[in-house]
Design a protein around this ligand. Structure first.
Ligand code: PMP
Length: 426
């Protein structure tokens, strides 16, 4: 296809007429489709239904050490659940605390604890004059939302193909004592699917923060979420921090949300033994223990890391065709036009699309008016504001394949429409 940038005004106007016609056809279909959030489809959820029947009143309801899982207790989780999550997160079981169903809740809680009581014996965030947070972007809107809700100043850090820009991060954290944290999604980042290189992980672990209560908030949400048989390895940040003389500088988070059920999985935090002790000293006032029956269910159903990997291949078989369908349609409809670029990830839950500058919010609006909900433009940046108004997150997992194809085709029409209008107005 001829690039829009090479077309003269007349050609652009002809193309606009054509695309407007196509857009109208889709509007007339009165679609109601959703590509906004990274939710598993019903078919994916069904993969774990057997877990629901694994426990009943006749089951053995005791853990390996004979704890009655129906009763109170075991603050940091059953040892077999810790072993399972440790294998999944590639850390040691004694570094793990098992929580309830949501890792986002654990992240919120971790920051709230810092806000109320302080981190590592330092002054609570609430008592410090100013708190700043580093936010590699495009990134996960709910991360940014947590730190924004505490009134922290969010600082956008550009992403590179190897992870966040470490030159900027090293300089900032070593100079500014009010920087207390950084959000990281090291494997298949949300939304770009970027995997942090070994160099990025090592440099992250070797940071020399001016603030003693600076921590890396390492959200390993997609640690086992491959689309293909090929696995992608990242270095273990806990080990690297230890080697670099920063053993307490990282909190790692993960959950089984996109393995079993987002509404009823288990989540975990992994950190140094020092940090774990500190966290438990506060947690002991919050709960007598999380849901051990659910921990037992997960262990009986997934069994071990081999079980997790086998199970994740079933997810991949369902979602891979969806990612491929989106990619094929984007290529068919947009290749060569020079009005957008996108990634094709090897895992995770998203495809990240970059339009021409100043077009993303109009594209999302056009799609919405024709019945397709996308993630809000800007959501992938702190404060919901993409300075270049370019990035759009595509979440292919939830809609059935046929609907996804229709929604993606309409999306490309919106991209063409808004880009043509922009080029004609220049
Ligand atoms: N972290 C990332 C990077 C995510 O993309 C998501 C869900 N989209 C979550 C955390 C949410 O995790 P949970 O379900 O464990 O709260």
């Amino acid at each position: 296809m001829k690039s829009y940038k090479e077309m003269n005004r007349e050609e652009l106007l002809n193309e606009l007429d054509l695309i407007k016609e196509q857009y109208q056809k889709y509007t007339d279909m009165h679609l109601s489709l959703n590509m906004a959030r990274g939710k598993p489809s019903q078919e994916q959820l069904d993969l774990s239904n057997d877990m629901l029947d694994i426990l009943n009143s006749h089951s053995h309801l005791y853990s390996l050490d004979n704890t009655d899982c129906r009763n109170y207790g075991v603050l940091d989780g059953l040892s077999e659940a810790k072993a399972l999550m440790a294998d999944m997160m590639e850390v040691h079981a004694d570094q793990i605390i098992i929580y309830g169903n949501s890792s986002l809740n654990v992240m919120y809680d971790t920051i709230a604890r810092g806000y109320i009581f302080g981190v590592g014996g330092n002054l609570p965030f609430s008592k410090q004059e100013k708190i700043k947070w580093l936010c590699p972007a495009p990134g996960y809107d709910r991360h940014f939302g947590i730190t924004e809700s505490f009134g922290f100043e969010l600082i956008t850090i550009p992403m590179t193909s190897k992870g966040p820009d470490m030159d900027i991060i090293e300089k900032m954290v070593s100079e500014d004592e009010s920087i207390k944290g950084i959000w990281c999604v090291p494997k298949f980042s949300n939304p770009e699917g970027i995997v942090y290189s070994d160099e990025t992980v090592r440099r992250m672990a070797s940071l020399k923060p001016k603030a003693k209560d600076f921590r890396i908030y390492w959200d390993n949400a997609y640690c086992q979420h491959y689309l293909y048989d090929e696995e992608v390895k990242i270095l273990n940040i806990l080990d690297e921090c230890e080697k670099a003389g920063n053993p307490d500088m990282v909190y790692m988070f993960a959950s089984t949300s996109k393995i079993t059920f987002p509404g009823a999985g288990i989540s975990a935090l992994a950190s140094s033994l020092n940090n774990k002790e500190e966290i438990l000293s506060y947690m002991t006032h919050q709960t007598i223990g999380h849901d051990k029956l659910n921990q037992l269910r997960h262990v009986l159903f997934l069994k071990d890391i081999k079980g997790i990997k086998t199970h994740m291949k079933k997810h991949a078989a369902i979602i891979r065709p969806k990612f491929e369908a989106v990619d094929i349609i984007l290529k068919e409809e947009l290749d060569g036009l020079e009005i957008g670029s996108w990634n094709f990830p090897k895992g995770g839950y998203f495809i990240s699309f970059d339009s021409l500058e100043g077009c993303a919010s109009k594209i999302v609006l056009k799609a919405k008016e024709a019945g397709v909900i996308m993630t809000n433009a800007g959501a992938t940046y702190p404060y919901g504001q993409d300075p270049k108004d370019r990035n759009i997150r595509i979440a292919p997992t939830l809609p059935p394949l046929k609907e996804l194809k229709t929604a993606t085709k309409l999306f490309t029409i919106c991209v063409r429409l808004v880009s043509l209008e922009k080029l004609l107005n220049n």
